[in-house]
Design a protein around this ligand. Structure first.
Ligand code: PEP
Ligand code: MN
Length: 371
């Protein structure tokens, strides 16, 4: 059960205390206070865990501080989409709005290597009106002798270059909670030249201690990758870990499942789950066609498999596209063979716009049919 207070109710005021005291007096109920600080207003929600069936919804709603009460199903209490639930699922971060209705492209380097490559990438993004990118500084590698990413040393110049080219949000994977602090420090030192969305990779989807610590911090939103070898339910529960610790600014990213049944693709493309995640939860849904397809193979129609997969995700309503690009793929230190080339960026963006337009048409039709 979620008790939603009127916007801007002070948590140290008498009205909020009255609600908490009322709930604390109920046996077997454990109330947890969550605050969502937005640019316009602060929302306070109280999550109730325990035997909530015996609680009287109307009685709670009659308390002056309470706006409404939502009974949640057992699944995904915080990130889930529940009957009668009108909570907003999206969020704004560093001037960019993320929700289930819009679409952003995060084209960028799988792994940061040189300032020149990062600059060329960001320059191209700005030239094509893009304000988001991906930049891997901490790389989780299968082989311990492979390049592990430049780590914190590259953060100052990556963030400065982002500021120079007006990049607002960088998706950057973290593999340890200390990386969050390193990103925070580097952003402070560069005068918050840009913003960072913390990426949790598919190898860490069930790293529960990492999920808890990233969930406890409220500074950065999170892009959570689906686990490559677990069920969708298990991955959605990973998102719930983040949210239940207090960070509801979570985007869920499909990136393909590890099975040879998807050959010759690197992973089995799972973008048919875009509408499923939107139906089950309030989270914006991302797709990562690069790590799903993992090659630059081309279909007879002239389109790369990776562009076909991207279009399939976008036409199904994806809200974010994460894609590997590189100005000199032959020199890339990670995943060069699957990277799109900078010259392909306008075509890629165009193809996404075509698929997005088709999605808009499809959803308009569906709305008309339902009236
Ligand atoms: C990545 O996006 O760089 C990455 C390693 O992805 P995944 O965790 O999906 O393999
Ligand atoms: Mn990669």
């Amino acid at each position: 059960m979620i008790v939603i207070l009127h916007p801007d109710t002070p948590t140290d005021g008498a009205e909020c205390r009255e609600v908490l005291d009322y709930l604390a007096a109920k046996p077997g109920i454990n109330p947890k206070l969550h605050q969502i600080v937005g640019t316009q207003q602060t929302l306070t929600e109280i999550y109730l865990v325990g035997d909530t069936a015996s609680l009287d919804k109307e009685e709670i709603e009659s308390l002056p501080a309470v706006e409404r009460v939502v009974r949640v199903s057992r699944e995904y209490r915080v990130v889930g989409r529940h009957a009668g639930d009108t909570r907003a699922g999206g969020f704004g971060y560093n001037g960019v709005q993320f929700d289930q209705d819009n679409l952003h492209v995060f084209a960028g380097l799988c792994a940061v290597d040189t300032p020149r490559h990062v600059e060329k990438m960001m320059q191209a993004l700005q030239a094509h009106g893009q304000v988001c990118t991906r930049m891997g500084a901490y790389k989780p590698r299968t082989n311990p002798y492979s390049f592990q990413g430049l780590g914190r040393d590259c953060l100052p110049w990556v963030f400065e270059l982002a500021g120079k080219y007006a990049i607002k949000v960088i998706a950057m994977e973290v593999t340890h909670e200390s990386h969050v602090e390193e990103i925070h420090t580097a952003l402070e030192r560069t005068g918050h030249a840009t913003g960072v969305m913390l990426q949790i990779g598919t190898r860490n989807t069930q790293n529960f201690e990492l999920l808890k610590s990233v969930g406890r911090q409220r500074e950065f939103p999170v892009l959570l990758k689906r686990g490559f070898g677990i069920t969708l339910d298990e991955s959605l529960n990973a998102a719930e870990y983040l949210a239940s610790e207090g960070n509801r600014r979570v985007i869920f990213c499909l990136r393909g499942m590890k099975t040879h049944l998807g050959d010759p693709h690197r992973n089995f493309v799972d973008f048919a789950h875009v509408p499923v995640v939107k139906r089950l939860t309030l989270m914006p849904v991302a797709i990562d066609p690069s790590h799903s397809v993992g090659s630059r193979e081309q279909a007879p129609d002239g389109l790369l498999d990776v562009m076909h997969a991207t279009a399939q995700g976008v036409i199904a309503g994806a809200n974010l596209v994460l894609a590997d690009f590189h100005p000199a793929p032959a020199k890339a230190l990670v995943d060069g063979p699957q990277a799109l080339h900078l010259e392909e960026l306008p075509h890629f963006l165009d193809d996404i716009a075509i698929a997005r337009e088709a999605y808009a048409k499809r959803s308009r039709r569906a709305a008309e049919a339902g009236r």
